[in-house]
Design a binder for this molecule. Structure first.
Ligand code: MRU
Length: 363
């Protein structure tokens, strides 16, 4: 095994702030157009950011949280530009942003963090609105930068769990595109690759939204990470053939007992891993760990449109009028999870204790 001394590559970025806080904008890579086109949008209002989260122009739990933080800042700046105190409408702005997607806890975590920053600086809002906005903007940027730093730390920790010549199966897209940069589960894969320990990534296509086929393969290709695309139904076959050494996924919300909400199909993979005695890892920045929810059955699962199941793009696959269900996430019980990798350390069962110790360390 050899390790690198060069800083990890963090080129794939779904979101960036461009320009000064007074006049600048949020730039977003349109993930609906990938992998065939790289289109960037410039947003200057909180409603545009909210709509981009809802429409999945930006997606992936940490990236959604970062977008929401910039959305809060844009909303405060809109008020200031109208001559109103920048914190005057933050409750409504938070409400608009919070109604976009229900499962990823990072959205609510980032909104709460921005509200806490607003409360801390509220004494500035009336008389020194510029100072308030500067501090508020800094908090959004901190949320963004911390996510990148945490992914890099998590990558290094997770790579230590991977064997030489690792053949790793992953689900959905958990890379730079789903985060500030670098990625959660794909960050662990990047770090494994940087240590010359990666033989192959098997990327589930991730029906029905195809994040694996459209986005994970795109990212891997961009960064010369060896990747093989498979359909979700092939995972068991490759495990049975002895071709998978580990599975690693991200999470949209991991709750106090260690139950893991992630992209639909994750639970099936964990069950397959149990049967084939393959480690099932979850890469979970602590921003996705929700200790306020005790058990996985309390997680709200987003139900998405039937059209995403009956069609691929504009091509219709199923008859008109057919009954369809489309839960976008599932919950993997903690007992199927080998370890949860966070930026502060690797949690193992009993997760109620190990996650709490990592999230709220005794000083
Ligand atoms: O519906 P999406 O594409 O937002 O779902 C993304 C996932 O399920 C990811 O696995 C998850 O956000 C964790 S990794 C960043």
């Amino acid at each position: 095994m050899s390790s690198t001394t060069t800083p990890p590559k963090t080129d794939v970025r779904p979101i960036a702030w461009k320009g000064s806080w007074q006049e600048g904008h949020v730039e977003m890579l349109d993930q609906l157009q990938l992998p065939t086109e790289e289109v960037y949008h410039q947003w200057t209002t909180h409603k545009e950011v909210a709509e981009s989260i809802r429409a999945m122009i930006i997606r992936g739990a940490p990236a959604i949280g970062i977008a929401a933080a910039y959305g809060m800042f844009l909303g405060a700046r809109e008020c200031w530009k109208l001559g109103v105190a920048p914190n005057a409408a933050l409750d409504q702005i938070q409400d608009v942003l919070s109604r976009t997607r229900p499962t990823a806890v990072n959205l609510f975590w980032a909104l709460e963090r921005m509200m806490t920053a607003s409360n801390k600086h509220q004494h500035l809002a009336e008389d020194q609105p510029e100072a308030f906005l500067e501090a508020f903007f800094t908090e959004a940027q901190n949320i963004h930068q911390e996510d990148i730093d945490n992914n890099i730390a998590m990558g290094a920790l997770g790579a230590s769990l991977m064997p030489e010549n690792a053949r790793i199966l992953t689900h959905c897209n958990t890379g730079g595109l789903a985060t500030g940069a670098y990625g959660t589960a794909l960050g662990v894969i990047r770090a494994t690759h940087a240590q010359n320990k990666l033989s192959m990534v098997f990327a589930d296509e991730t029906r029905p939204y195809l994040q694996g086929a459209r986005l994970t393969t795109w990212e891997c290709h961009k960064d010369n990470i060896p990747v093989t695309l498979i359909t979700d139904s092939m995972a068991g076959y490759f495990m049975q053939q002895g071709m998978i050494d580990a599975v690693i996924v991200g999470t949209d919300r991991t709750v106090a007992n260690g139950d893991v909400a992630n992209k639909i199909g994750t639970y099936s993979l964990a069950v397959l891993c149990k049967h084939h005695n393959i480690p099932f890892y979850v890469a979970a920045p602590l921003s996705t760990v929700d200790l306020n929810t005790p058990h996985g059955d309390q997680i709200t699962i987003e139900e998405r449109s039937a059209a995403e199941v009956t069609h691929v793009g504009t091509k219709q696959l199923a008859p008109d009028g057919i009954e369809v269900r489309h839960p976008a996430f599932d919950v993997t019980p903690a007992e199927l999870v080998t370890a949860i990798i966070t930026e502060k350390g690797i949690a193992t069962a009993p997760y109620d204790q190990s996650l709490a110790a990592l999230k709220n360390p005794v000083q």
